[in-house]
Ligand binder design. Structure first.
Ligand code: SF4
Length: 348
């Protein structure tokens, strides 16, 4: 069982179906490495996983059973129904079933079936909304498929999630920015941002090793994702994941791209740096010792990994920066010493 949470109380009982239903391999994908699972589960495995999870999770009101790692709606229908029938009695006792699938594998018939089995949330692996990038990464669908499937999912009352993968072969900052803007226009309920991780043994790995594919530098991707996170937040889109989850297999098999066990924290640290930098530009702020207050849960993000933000302000401005905890400052905000709480500044 793999329980994951994206909010204090939310839990996913993740059941992986690596590559089930996938018509082919996309250039970047190796679900057996990403999910650390080689085989497909059967109905009895689903029952066993759910039974164990339900005995361990005290509050099931914000718990979902999640089928991830394949193209759920494209798997042979007998097998898909076997999984859904096994999960459905459990789903009735928690907040439902979440599935991930391809944008070109959604139609009214399949949505009717999913509804019958307590599926409440559908995530589409959109990856990019640039047709050229989709083509170069052998996705086998177009941006229009994402728009059409998103609309149909919405019309049928499901929660809509989009997964995007900046940094793919053929993408650049501008095309990924256009994708982020398009996602904001679609306004899904949730988004997962997976900056590309180049895995050994994939087509993308070959392109990388031959020098044909050169992803943008790591620091640039952190800066961009930080900006896109802020865009999504301001459009009311919940960000439930940033960066591929830290797994032993992924760490061993990543040969490039943007694997980091705490990618989201890197982006949030960059966000804190930006608001502090904007703040110190004001004439009223001392240019020697600067004290800022952040919520206690944000201290490490504001300081930065390996004290990176403190070093940045010291080297660039000669400023000795002190980050102090204050319960009254809201998360993702900062207050400069001597300022009232209403002058708090938010990320970017
Ligand atoms: S990205 Fe999605 S559709 Fe493509 S191979 Fe991986 S799981 Fe299958």
């Amino acid at each position: 069982m793999h329980c994951r949470s994206w909010a204090m109380k939310h839990k996913n009982i993740a059941i992986f179906v690596p590559h089930a239903g996938c018509p082919h391999r996309c250039t970047f994908c190796d679900q057996r490495t990403i999910t650390a699972q080689q085989t497909l589960p059967h109905g009895q495995d689903v029952v066993q996983i759910c039974t164990q999870a339900f005995s361990e999770i005290p509050d099931l009101s914000e718990t979902e059973i999640a089928f991830f790692g394949g193209s759920f709606t494209a798997i042979p229908q007998d097998y898909m129904l076997e999984l859904l029938q096994a999960a459905s009695p459990f789903a009735a006792r928690c907040s439902g079933i979440r599935i991930s699938t391809r944008p070109d594998c959604i139609d009214s018939n399949i949505l009717t079936i999913l509804k019958q089995y307590h599926v409440t949330a559908i995530e589409l692996g959109a990856q990019s909304l640039d047709d050229r990038v989709l083509y170069l990464n052998e996705r086998g669908h177009t941006a229009q498929d994402v728009y059409s499937a998103s609309a149909l999912i919405r019309e049928n009352g499901f929660e809509l999630g989009l997964q995007v993968m900046p940094g793919l072969y053929g993408a650049d900052v501008a095309s990924d920015q256009r994708t982020a803007e398009a996602v904001c226009r679609i306004r899904p309920d949730t988004v997962r941002i997976y900056p590309v991780v180049i895995l050994k043994g994939t087509r993308l790995g070959e392109l990388y090793e031959s020098g044909v594919y050169r992803p943008v530098p790591f620091a640039e991707m952190v800066r961009c994702v930080s900006v896109w996170c802020e865009m999504y937040r301001t459009h009311g889109i919940r960000i439930i994941k940033v960066g591929l989850h830290a797994g032993e297999f992924v760490a061993q098999n990543a040969i490039g791209g943007y694997y980091h066990p705490a990618f989201r924290e890197l982006c949030e640290s960059y966000g804190f740096r930006c608001i502090i930098e904007t703040g110190i530009a004001r004439p009223c702020i001392s240019k020697q010792d600067v004290t800022v207050y952040v919520h206690p849960s944000c201290i490490s993000k504001a300081v930065g990994q390996k004290r990176e933000n403190l070093r940045y302000f010291s080297e660039k401005y000669g400023i000795r920066l002190r980050i102090c905890p204050d319960e009254n400052v809201r998360p993702a905000m900062v207050r400069f010493a001597g300022e009232e709480p209403e002058n708090e500044r938010k990320f970017l």
